[in-house]
Ligand binder design. Structure first.
Ligand code: IPE
Ligand code: IPE
Ligand code: MG
Length: 226
């Protein structure tokens, strides 16, 4: 029997190298990467079984980049959400976020809220952008919320208190040839299938995604059993 794929997560890496390889400014790579986000989201919205697509867009450690790059990425997220609203609506995609967006500018927070509110009844696909997201930060916030509510700290309660009280990740892909998790979804990746590809994110095609999904469907997922 084929594995069903409900929750796909992607560490979208390699924008900067894509641009540098072409003699372009790193920002061009981020712009090109945003086009890949649109393409992959459309693919997932058309897929039979994918319900949730979680995309790592900005980590809690990405603040350590030069201020000018951080500023550009923030503006790009704002522009992307603005231009994407029609597509979310026409493709029946709900927009959600994980991570602590309270650290963003007021105008970006507003844009995020408007996009969530406008798309909240869409139900073909949920696209979750991980924004100012860190797996450790998420777990700490979840445990603190349990302590505050005087609830028992156990696996189901932590799972519910996370930013992602959705399903575990079935398949996680990282582009750009780096074989690491970089603080992404530490809790939810426990039994995910992991795929690392050398392709830089702006070059990541729907054909490659489709091939990765085909291989995933044939894997023997044991979850510790036999
Ligand atoms: C991923 O591409 C996008 C973000 C982390 C915001 P990078 O910007 O990390 O690109 P590389 O890894 O430097 O090539
Ligand atoms: C991971 O990529 C974060 C995102 C894709 C948003 P990074 O480029 O920040 O990760 P490292 O620094 O290579 O581990
Ligand atoms: Mg990178």
């Amino acid at each position: 029997m084929k594995n069903s794929l409900q929750h796909l997560a992607i560490i979208m890496d390699g924008n900067g190298r894509w641009a540098t390889n072409r003699g372009l400014a790193r920002n061009k790579g981020h712009e090109e990467g945003a086009l890949t986000v649109r393409r992959v989201t459309e693919y997932c919205a058309n897929h039979d079984t994918i319900e949730t697509l979680t995309l790592y867009a900005f980590s809690t450690e990405n603040w350590n980049r030069p201020a000018i790059e951080v500023k550009f990425i923030m503006a790009l997220i704002d522009r992307y959400l603005q231009s994407e609203l029609d597509i979310y609506m026409s493709r029946n995609v709900r927009f959600e976020t994980i991570g602590d967006v309270s650290k963003f500018s007021k105008s970006l927070i507003k844009r995020i809220e408007i996009t969530k509110e406008t798309t909240k009844n869409n139900n073909k696909l949920t696209q979750i952008l991980a924004l100012n997201y860190g797996g450790r930060n998420e777990i700490v916030r979840a445990v603190n919320s349990l302590i505050e509510a005087k609830m028992e700290v156990n696996e189901p309660n932590i799972g519910e208190a996370l930013d992602t009280p959705y399903k575990d990740i079935d398949l996680a892909i990282r582009t750009s040839g780096e074989h690491r998790i970089s603080n992404f979804l530490l809790w939810q990746l426990s039994y995910s299938e992991l795929v690392f590809t050398d392709t830089l994110w702006p070059d990541f095609s729907n054909d490659e995604l489709s091939q990765i999904i085909d291989i995933y469907q044939k894997k023997n997922r044991r979850f510790g059993g036999l």
